[in-house]
Design a protein around this ligand. Structure first.
Ligand code: SAM
Length: 535
């Protein structure tokens, strides 16, 4: 085993691969150099699930390592304030380490946490949320909700993302935390996990490539951080029917001599296979993404897919002729069968077309939106605004219990889907508008639309500051904040606290088991004492 002494000697001969000049590292006398093999203790997990270790006070991210472990690792990248190291050996394993069941886990970029026991994943995700609220939002989390059994304590908690999507610059300062307006702090519930955290995805989007050793046309997943395709026939977080459909498509295309598209030479035809399955009905849609509208063998491919895959009710073609990493091109046509498949979540039906955005984990989506409905506490007479409404999933969930729902969304196609889904469910009290929430809400306010409840479900970057200002000005009784990023959630909840609201509870939901992602829904209420202040 290489020792620290060896590493120090080797360091004198190496340079850093940092985005900063090598001289930088020398000046700052980093305790490691590129390619050093070192032993280090892992003290936390970063947002993407990499182990976080410290070596001589310097932070190193070690993918595959778990908190509490001692590992041997090779330094693979150095930057000014942190580095990355490749895991070589686990010297002392965490009791939460398990064998990842997926055969391609080590190479595929899809999952990051299969080697971490599921219960431990859930405890870690909850702690990520608590840390974000305390460190970034400087919000007080109720002590009673510091769940027993949370494995990581104190300063060695989840250690942030290397790139730092939200830089808090905040250290934990107990006394300066917000008091939560006397509510005793925000209750952060244990993460709602899945009873069976496998085979949960309803959509597979599989890149197609060429590999002579594998027999020609292959499909799988991009290797972590690259565009190299890892050929794979099974994905353990994917519904079996999607796996079967993709496997059959690859085999039949090979047999018919249909060529995979090659990014470098820009030759070949088939770029992606997308399979969608409705958990409610079992119906499936297949979308072939090719470079042109026609290709030899396409009719035969469709005929054989129809024969072999009885659950497929729709086969579509998307044409993407461009030299781009975007999956889809502009043109989509139905080659056979229906234009859409139907799914339902919580009794609301959704029509899913080749290009519609739709939640990929329908089981957990129902639980997440059920919580949003509970937090909205609707009695039937309320006006609700759903900002960032997408295809109107939350709006339609809430419309059944409210007087009127208004949804706003940036993407026109999604708004079309939202309107169609409202019609499909005979819901006539939900109106949708295309636009930026931060522009449309102030306009609605000018028109006299006042909301009792406002739901926000923004993208990872969180709410636009102008929208937060509008929420503060509109002073709805309740805000239900659905978030896919605890860091921006914490930042925005802090802004709402400053504007006279209080966050009562946060319910994290595990929408993507075995990945570093965690979704949250937060209940924020208007602070009545603020209402009594003179204007
Ligand atoms: C996390 S998704 C919400 C999805 C939606 N709740 C659903 O279940 O279908 C965020 C949505 O916000 C939209 N969006 C992004 N920026 C926006 C903005 N400034 N105003 C309105 N919508 C926006 C995105 O297009 C996306 O559909």
């Amino acid at each position: 085993m290489r020792t620290k002494k060896f590493a120090a000697a080797k360091r004198r001969k190496t340079t850093t691969a940092s985005s900063k000049p090598a001289g930088d590292a020398a000046r700052r006398e980093l305790p490691v150099a590129l390619h050093d093999v070192i032993e280090l203790d892992i003290v936390g997990l970063a947002h993407e699930g990499e182990g976080v270790g410290r070596f001589g006070g310097f932070t190193l991210f070690v993918p595959g390592a778990l908190p509490g472990e001692r590992v041997r690792a090779r330094v693979a990248e150095l930057r000014k304030n942190f580095g990355r190291a490749e895991l070589l050996e686990v010297l002392a394993a965490s009791p939460d380490r398990v064998a990842a069941p997926c055969a391609v886990y080590a190479r595929c970029g899809g999952c990051q946490l299969q080697h971490f026991a599921y219960e431990a994943q859930l405890r870690w995700k909850r702690q990520l949320v608590v840390d974000a609220l305390e460190r970034i939002g400087k919000l007080r989390v109720a002590p009673s909700s510091a769940a027993p059994g949370v494995p990581f304590q104190g300063d060695s908690l989840s250690s942030g993302s290397p790139e730092g999507e939200v830089s808090s610059g905040a250290s934990f300062q107990g006394d300066s935390l917000s008091s939560g307006y006397g509510f005793g702090g925000i209750v952060v519930h244990p993460v709602l996990g899945m009873d069976d955290p496998w085979r949960y995805r309803n959509k597979a989007q599989v890149p197609i490539g060429f590999d002579l050793e594998e027999g020609g046309l292959v499909g799988g997943f991009y290797e972590q951080g690259s565009h190299r395709i890892v050929s794979t026939d099974a994905c353990l977080i994917q519904h079996e029917r999607n796996d079967d459909a993709v496997l059959a498509t690859k085999r039949i295309a090979r047999e018919l001599g249909i060529e995979a598209y090659d990014e470098k030479s820009r030759s070949g035809w088939l770029r992606h296979v997308v399979a969608k399955v409705s958990f409610a009905t079992g119906e499936m849609m297949l979308v072939l993404v090719g470079t042109t509208r026609v290709v030899d063998g396409l009719d035969a491919l469709v005929a054989r897919l129809r024969d072999e895959l009885p659950h497929v009710v729709s086969i579509c073609l998307n044409v993407n002729p461009d030299q781009t990493s975007a999956v889809f091109g502009r043109e989509t046509a139905t080659l056979w069968g229906a234009d859409v498949i139907f799914d339902s979540i919580g009794g609301i039906r959704f029509a899913i077309s080749a290009r519609s955005f739709y939640q990929v984990n329908p089981v957990q989506t129902e639980r997440l939106y059920g919580k949003a409905l509970e937090y909205a506490a609707l009695e039937g007479g309320e006006t609700v605004i759903d900002a960032y409404c997408g295809i109107g999933t939350i709006s339609l969930f809430l419309a059944r219990s409210a007087r009127q729902v208004y949804g706003v969304e940036l993407i026109p196609d999604a708004v079309e889907d939202a309107r169609a889904n409202a019609r499909l469910n005979d819901i006539d009290n939900a109106d949708f508008e295309v636009g930026r929430a931060e522009v449309v809400l102030p306009a609605w306010r000018e028109q006299g639309i006042d909301a009792d409840v406002i739901v926000v479900d923004p993208p990872r970057k969180g709410c636009d500051p102008a929208l937060l200002d509008t929420l503060v000005a509109m002073r709805p009784e309740r805000i239900v904040y659905v978030s896919c990023n605890p860091a921006t959630l914490a930042r925005d909840l802090a802004a709402l606290e400053a504007g006279g609201f209080a966050t009562l509870e946060v319910q994290p939901v595990d929408m993507f088991p075995h990945t570093g992602h965690v979704e949250c829904v937060a209940l924020v209420i208007r602070n009545e004492t603020e209402d009594q202040k003179p204007l």
